[in-house]
Design a protein around this ligand. Structure first.
Ligand SMILES: Nc1ncnc2c1ncn2[C@@H]1O[C@H](COP(=O)(O)OP(=O)(O)OP(=O)(O)O)[C@@H](O)[C@H]1O
Length: 295
Protein backbone atom coordinates (compact mmCIF):
# COMPACT_ATOMS: atom_id res chain seq x y z
CA UNK A 1 0.00 0.00 0.00
CA UNK A 2 1.19 3.55 -0.75
CA UNK A 3 2.44 5.47 2.25
CA UNK A 4 0.55 8.69 2.85
CA UNK A 5 2.72 11.57 4.09
CA UNK A 6 0.31 14.50 3.76
CA UNK A 7 -3.38 14.55 4.60
CA UNK A 8 -5.54 17.68 4.37
CA UNK A 9 -9.31 17.67 4.81
CA UNK A 10 -11.55 20.71 4.39
CA UNK A 11 -8.64 23.03 5.06
CA UNK A 12 -9.33 26.75 4.87
CA UNK A 13 -7.01 29.63 5.70
CA UNK A 14 -7.28 33.38 6.13
CA UNK A 15 -4.24 35.68 6.54
CA UNK A 16 -4.39 37.90 9.68
CA UNK A 17 -5.30 41.17 7.93
CA UNK A 18 -7.31 39.66 5.14
CA UNK A 19 -11.08 39.74 4.99
CA UNK A 20 -11.38 36.77 2.69
CA UNK A 21 -10.09 33.21 2.83
CA UNK A 22 -7.00 32.56 0.70
CA UNK A 23 -7.54 28.78 0.84
CA UNK A 24 -11.02 27.29 0.72
CA UNK A 25 -11.92 23.69 1.53
CA UNK A 26 -8.69 22.10 0.38
CA UNK A 27 -8.69 18.29 0.26
CA UNK A 28 -5.29 16.87 -0.57
CA UNK A 29 -3.36 13.63 0.00
CA UNK A 30 0.33 13.27 -0.83
CA UNK A 31 2.22 9.98 -0.94
CA UNK A 32 5.83 8.84 -0.75
CA UNK A 33 7.54 8.59 -4.20
CA UNK A 34 5.30 11.23 -5.78
CA UNK A 35 6.44 14.36 -7.60
CA UNK A 36 3.39 16.59 -7.50
CA UNK A 37 3.38 19.62 -9.75
CA UNK A 38 1.23 22.35 -8.18
CA UNK A 39 0.04 24.87 -10.76
CA UNK A 40 -2.47 27.65 -11.19
CA UNK A 41 -2.62 31.36 -11.96
CA UNK A 42 -0.66 33.91 -9.98
CA UNK A 43 -2.26 34.61 -6.61
CA UNK A 44 -4.37 31.41 -6.53
CA UNK A 45 -2.78 30.26 -3.26
CA UNK A 46 0.04 27.85 -4.22
CA UNK A 47 2.68 29.38 -1.92
CA UNK A 48 0.11 29.73 0.85
CA UNK A 49 -0.64 26.01 0.64
CA UNK A 50 3.12 25.27 0.65
CA UNK A 51 3.45 27.34 3.86
CA UNK A 52 1.02 24.97 5.57
CA UNK A 53 3.14 21.99 4.53
CA UNK A 54 6.22 23.42 6.25
CA UNK A 55 4.42 24.90 9.26
CA UNK A 56 5.16 28.57 8.46
CA UNK A 57 1.38 28.83 8.50
CA UNK A 58 0.25 29.34 11.19
CA UNK A 59 3.52 29.45 13.21
CA UNK A 60 5.09 32.43 11.41
CA UNK A 61 2.18 34.03 9.53
CA UNK A 62 -0.58 33.58 12.13
CA UNK A 63 -4.09 33.85 10.71
CA UNK A 64 -6.98 31.45 10.91
CA UNK A 65 -6.32 27.87 9.85
CA UNK A 66 -9.17 25.37 9.90
CA UNK A 67 -9.63 21.73 8.97
CA UNK A 68 -7.84 18.43 9.53
CA UNK A 69 -4.09 18.44 8.85
CA UNK A 70 -1.49 15.70 9.14
CA UNK A 71 2.00 16.36 7.77
CA UNK A 72 4.08 13.22 8.37
CA UNK A 73 2.37 12.82 11.75
CA UNK A 74 2.42 16.52 12.71
CA UNK A 75 -0.30 19.14 12.90
CA UNK A 76 1.43 22.50 12.21
CA UNK A 77 -0.89 24.17 14.75
CA UNK A 78 0.57 22.04 17.51
CA UNK A 79 4.17 21.76 16.29
CA UNK A 80 6.89 24.45 16.31
CA UNK A 81 8.36 25.15 12.84
CA UNK A 82 11.85 24.04 13.96
CA UNK A 83 10.49 20.55 14.51
CA UNK A 84 9.41 20.40 10.88
CA UNK A 85 12.94 21.08 9.62
CA UNK A 86 14.03 17.45 9.73
CA UNK A 87 10.83 16.19 8.11
CA UNK A 88 9.95 18.88 5.58
CA UNK A 89 12.59 20.50 3.37
CA UNK A 90 11.68 23.80 1.73
CA UNK A 91 13.49 25.59 -1.07
CA UNK A 92 12.36 29.15 -1.68
CA UNK A 93 12.00 30.89 -5.02
CA UNK A 94 14.82 33.23 -4.05
CA UNK A 95 17.56 31.06 -2.50
CA UNK A 96 19.31 34.09 -0.97
CA UNK A 97 16.52 34.18 1.62
CA UNK A 98 17.61 30.87 3.05
CA UNK A 99 21.40 31.20 2.96
CA UNK A 100 22.92 32.66 6.10
CA UNK A 101 26.56 31.63 6.57
CA UNK A 102 29.87 32.83 5.18
CA UNK A 103 30.85 29.54 3.58
CA UNK A 104 28.94 26.82 1.75
CA UNK A 105 30.42 24.26 4.16
CA UNK A 106 29.00 26.11 7.19
CA UNK A 107 25.66 26.42 5.42
CA UNK A 108 25.51 22.66 4.94
CA UNK A 109 26.62 21.90 8.51
CA UNK A 110 24.13 24.15 10.29
CA UNK A 111 21.01 21.97 10.31
CA UNK A 112 22.90 18.84 11.31
CA UNK A 113 24.73 20.67 14.12
CA UNK A 114 21.35 21.79 15.46
CA UNK A 115 20.26 18.17 15.57
CA UNK A 116 23.40 17.24 17.54
CA UNK A 117 24.93 15.05 14.82
CA UNK A 118 28.62 14.24 15.69
CA UNK A 119 31.19 16.38 13.78
CA UNK A 120 32.83 13.41 12.01
CA UNK A 121 29.47 12.32 10.63
CA UNK A 122 28.65 15.88 9.56
CA UNK A 123 31.94 16.07 7.61
CA UNK A 124 31.14 12.77 5.90
CA UNK A 125 27.67 13.92 4.93
CA UNK A 126 28.97 17.27 3.64
CA UNK A 127 31.56 15.49 1.45
CA UNK A 128 28.84 13.27 0.04
CA UNK A 129 26.34 16.06 -0.65
CA UNK A 130 28.97 18.33 -2.26
CA UNK A 131 29.87 15.45 -4.57
CA UNK A 132 26.26 14.54 -5.38
CA UNK A 133 25.32 18.10 -6.30
CA UNK A 134 28.54 18.76 -8.21
CA UNK A 135 29.48 21.72 -5.99
CA UNK A 136 32.73 20.45 -4.43
CA UNK A 137 34.60 23.51 -5.72
CA UNK A 138 32.20 25.82 -3.85
CA UNK A 139 32.99 24.38 -0.40
CA UNK A 140 34.85 27.40 0.98
CA UNK A 141 33.07 30.04 -1.11
CA UNK A 142 30.61 32.52 0.35
CA UNK A 143 27.05 31.62 -0.72
CA UNK A 144 26.39 35.30 -1.36
CA UNK A 145 29.05 35.53 -4.08
CA UNK A 146 27.62 32.66 -6.09
CA UNK A 147 25.46 32.78 -9.21
CA UNK A 148 21.70 32.24 -8.77
CA UNK A 149 22.02 28.74 -10.19
CA UNK A 150 24.83 27.87 -7.77
CA UNK A 151 22.83 29.36 -4.90
CA UNK A 152 19.82 27.21 -5.87
CA UNK A 153 22.03 24.13 -5.75
CA UNK A 154 23.49 25.07 -2.35
CA UNK A 155 19.99 25.81 -0.98
CA UNK A 156 18.75 22.45 -2.25
CA UNK A 157 21.83 20.62 -0.90
CA UNK A 158 21.45 22.26 2.53
CA UNK A 159 17.85 21.05 2.66
CA UNK A 160 18.59 17.57 1.30
CA UNK A 161 21.46 16.94 3.74
CA UNK A 162 18.75 16.75 6.43
CA UNK A 163 17.17 13.82 4.53
CA UNK A 164 13.61 15.18 4.65
CA UNK A 165 10.62 12.96 3.90
CA UNK A 166 8.79 15.80 2.19
CA UNK A 167 10.42 18.31 -0.15
CA UNK A 168 8.62 21.53 -1.07
CA UNK A 169 10.03 23.60 -3.92
CA UNK A 170 8.55 27.01 -4.68
CA UNK A 171 9.70 27.88 -8.21
CA UNK A 172 13.19 26.40 -7.80
CA UNK A 173 14.15 27.22 -11.39
CA UNK A 174 12.98 30.84 -11.39
CA UNK A 175 16.52 32.19 -11.76
CA UNK A 176 17.87 29.54 -14.09
CA UNK A 177 18.27 29.33 -17.86
CA UNK A 178 16.27 26.52 -19.57
CA UNK A 179 19.14 24.01 -19.64
CA UNK A 180 20.05 24.59 -15.98
CA UNK A 181 16.34 24.37 -15.08
CA UNK A 182 16.09 21.02 -16.86
CA UNK A 183 19.18 19.74 -15.03
CA UNK A 184 17.93 21.04 -11.68
CA UNK A 185 14.52 19.35 -12.01
CA UNK A 186 16.21 16.17 -13.27
CA UNK A 187 18.37 16.14 -10.15
CA UNK A 188 15.34 16.73 -7.91
CA UNK A 189 13.46 13.86 -9.61
CA UNK A 190 16.46 11.55 -9.14
CA UNK A 191 16.75 12.46 -5.45
CA UNK A 192 13.00 11.97 -4.95
CA UNK A 193 13.31 8.42 -6.28
CA UNK A 194 16.54 7.62 -4.40
CA UNK A 195 15.34 8.94 -1.04
CA UNK A 196 11.72 7.88 -1.57
CA UNK A 197 10.37 11.34 -0.72
CA UNK A 198 7.18 13.17 -1.51
CA UNK A 199 8.14 16.20 -3.60
CA UNK A 200 5.72 19.05 -4.16
CA UNK A 201 6.85 21.38 -6.89
CA UNK A 202 5.43 24.83 -7.63
CA UNK A 203 6.66 25.68 -11.10
CA UNK A 204 5.51 27.91 -13.94
CA UNK A 205 7.76 26.26 -16.55
CA UNK A 206 5.31 23.54 -17.43
CA UNK A 207 7.08 22.15 -20.47
CA UNK A 208 10.06 21.22 -18.29
CA UNK A 209 8.25 20.35 -15.06
CA UNK A 210 5.74 18.05 -16.81
CA UNK A 211 8.61 15.80 -17.85
CA UNK A 212 9.25 14.93 -14.22
CA UNK A 213 5.87 15.20 -12.49
CA UNK A 214 4.00 12.03 -11.54
CA UNK A 215 0.83 13.98 -10.73
CA UNK A 216 -0.56 17.46 -11.34
CA UNK A 217 -2.72 19.47 -8.94
CA UNK A 218 -4.37 22.61 -10.34
CA UNK A 219 -5.52 25.47 -8.11
CA UNK A 220 -7.71 28.46 -8.83
CA UNK A 221 -8.94 31.13 -6.43
CA UNK A 222 -7.89 29.22 -3.32
CA UNK A 223 -9.37 25.89 -4.36
CA UNK A 224 -8.12 22.69 -5.96
CA UNK A 225 -9.96 22.38 -9.25
CA UNK A 226 -8.19 19.37 -10.80
CA UNK A 227 -5.92 16.59 -9.56
CA UNK A 228 -4.64 13.63 -11.56
CA UNK A 229 -2.15 12.24 -14.11
CA UNK A 230 0.05 15.04 -15.55
CA UNK A 231 -0.90 15.36 -19.22
CA UNK A 232 -4.54 14.43 -18.81
CA UNK A 233 -4.98 16.97 -16.02
CA UNK A 234 -3.23 19.78 -17.87
CA UNK A 235 -5.25 19.08 -21.02
CA UNK A 236 -8.46 19.31 -19.01
CA UNK A 237 -7.59 22.68 -17.51
CA UNK A 238 -5.82 24.54 -20.30
CA UNK A 239 -8.05 27.57 -19.94
CA UNK A 240 -6.30 28.29 -16.68
CA UNK A 241 -2.63 27.49 -17.10
CA UNK A 242 -0.11 28.38 -19.78
CA UNK A 243 -0.23 25.17 -21.73
CA UNK A 244 3.03 24.19 -23.45
CA UNK A 245 2.87 24.04 -27.29
CA UNK A 246 3.49 20.27 -27.24
CA UNK A 247 0.39 19.71 -25.12
CA UNK A 248 -1.65 22.07 -27.31
CA UNK A 249 -0.51 20.17 -30.41
CA UNK A 250 -1.45 16.81 -28.94
CA UNK A 251 -4.85 18.21 -27.95
CA UNK A 252 -5.48 19.63 -31.44
CA UNK A 253 -4.52 16.29 -33.00
CA UNK A 254 -6.80 14.49 -30.58
CA UNK A 255 -9.80 16.70 -31.35
CA UNK A 256 -9.16 16.21 -35.09
CA UNK A 257 -9.60 12.45 -34.65
CA UNK A 258 -5.86 11.75 -34.62
CA UNK A 259 -5.08 10.77 -31.03
CA UNK A 260 -1.41 10.59 -30.20
CA UNK A 261 -0.07 8.95 -27.13
CA UNK A 262 2.91 10.72 -25.70
CA UNK A 263 4.30 10.23 -22.26
CA UNK A 264 7.17 12.66 -22.70
CA UNK A 265 6.69 16.22 -23.82
CA UNK A 266 9.62 16.25 -26.18
CA UNK A 267 9.44 16.91 -29.92
CA UNK A 268 11.31 13.67 -30.71
CA UNK A 269 8.70 11.53 -28.91
CA UNK A 270 5.83 13.38 -30.57
CA UNK A 271 7.45 13.10 -34.03
CA UNK A 272 8.02 9.36 -33.59
CA UNK A 273 4.42 8.81 -32.52
CA UNK A 274 3.06 10.79 -35.50
CA UNK A 275 5.36 8.99 -37.96
CA UNK A 276 4.29 5.65 -36.49
CA UNK A 277 0.59 6.54 -36.89
CA UNK A 278 1.06 7.98 -40.37
CA UNK A 279 3.00 4.99 -41.64
CA UNK A 280 0.42 2.66 -40.12
CA UNK A 281 -2.32 4.70 -41.84
CA UNK A 282 -0.25 4.57 -45.03
CA UNK A 283 0.07 0.79 -44.79
CA UNK A 284 -3.66 0.41 -44.17
CA UNK A 285 -4.41 2.55 -47.22
CA UNK A 286 -1.98 0.52 -49.44
CA UNK A 287 -3.54 -2.73 -48.24
CA UNK A 288 -7.04 -1.42 -49.03
CA UNK A 289 -5.92 -0.47 -52.56
CA UNK A 290 -4.28 -3.86 -53.09
CA UNK A 291 -7.41 -5.62 -51.84
CA UNK A 292 -9.55 -3.57 -54.28
CA UNK A 293 -7.21 -4.45 -57.18
CA UNK A 294 -7.31 -8.15 -56.33
CA UNK A 295 -11.11 -8.21 -56.30
N1 LIG B 1 1.51 37.43 4.05
C1 LIG B 1 0.35 37.66 3.43
N2 LIG B 1 -0.63 38.40 4.01
C2 LIG B 1 -1.81 38.63 3.40
N3 LIG B 1 -2.13 38.12 2.18
C3 LIG B 1 -1.20 37.38 1.56
C4 LIG B 1 0.09 37.08 2.14
N4 LIG B 1 0.79 36.32 1.28
C5 LIG B 1 -0.01 36.12 0.21
N5 LIG B 1 -1.20 36.74 0.37
C6 LIG B 1 -2.35 36.76 -0.57
O1 LIG B 1 -2.83 35.43 -0.72
C7 LIG B 1 -3.19 35.19 -2.08
C8 LIG B 1 -2.45 33.96 -2.59
O2 LIG B 1 -1.06 34.26 -2.65
P1 LIG B 1 0.03 33.13 -2.96
O3 LIG B 1 1.36 33.79 -2.83
O4 LIG B 1 -0.26 31.95 -2.11
O5 LIG B 1 -0.32 32.81 -4.48
P2 LIG B 1 0.53 31.99 -5.57
O6 LIG B 1 -0.44 31.12 -6.28
O7 LIG B 1 1.69 31.34 -4.91
O8 LIG B 1 1.01 33.15 -6.54
P3 LIG B 1 2.35 33.27 -7.47
O9 LIG B 1 2.21 32.23 -8.55
O10 LIG B 1 2.25 34.66 -8.01
O11 LIG B 1 3.55 33.06 -6.57
C9 LIG B 1 -2.87 36.46 -2.84
O12 LIG B 1 -4.07 37.20 -2.98
C10 LIG B 1 -1.90 37.20 -1.95
O13 LIG B 1 -2.03 38.58 -2.08
Amino acid sequence: MREKLVYLRDVSYRYPDSETQTLKNINFDGYRDEIILLIGPSGCGKSTLARIFNGLIPNFYGGQLQGEIDIAGYDPRKTPTAKFAKTVGFVFQNPENQLFFNTVERELAFGLENLGVPPAEIRKKIDQVLREYGIEDLRQRSPFELSSGQQQKVALASVMIMEPQILILDEPTANLDPLSALKMLGLIAKKTREHRMLTILIEHRLEIALQFATRVVVMNEGQIIADGPPLETVLKTDYIVGVPPMVQLSKKLQSSGFPVNIDKLVPEAMALEIIRKLSKGGLDERKRREDNRDR
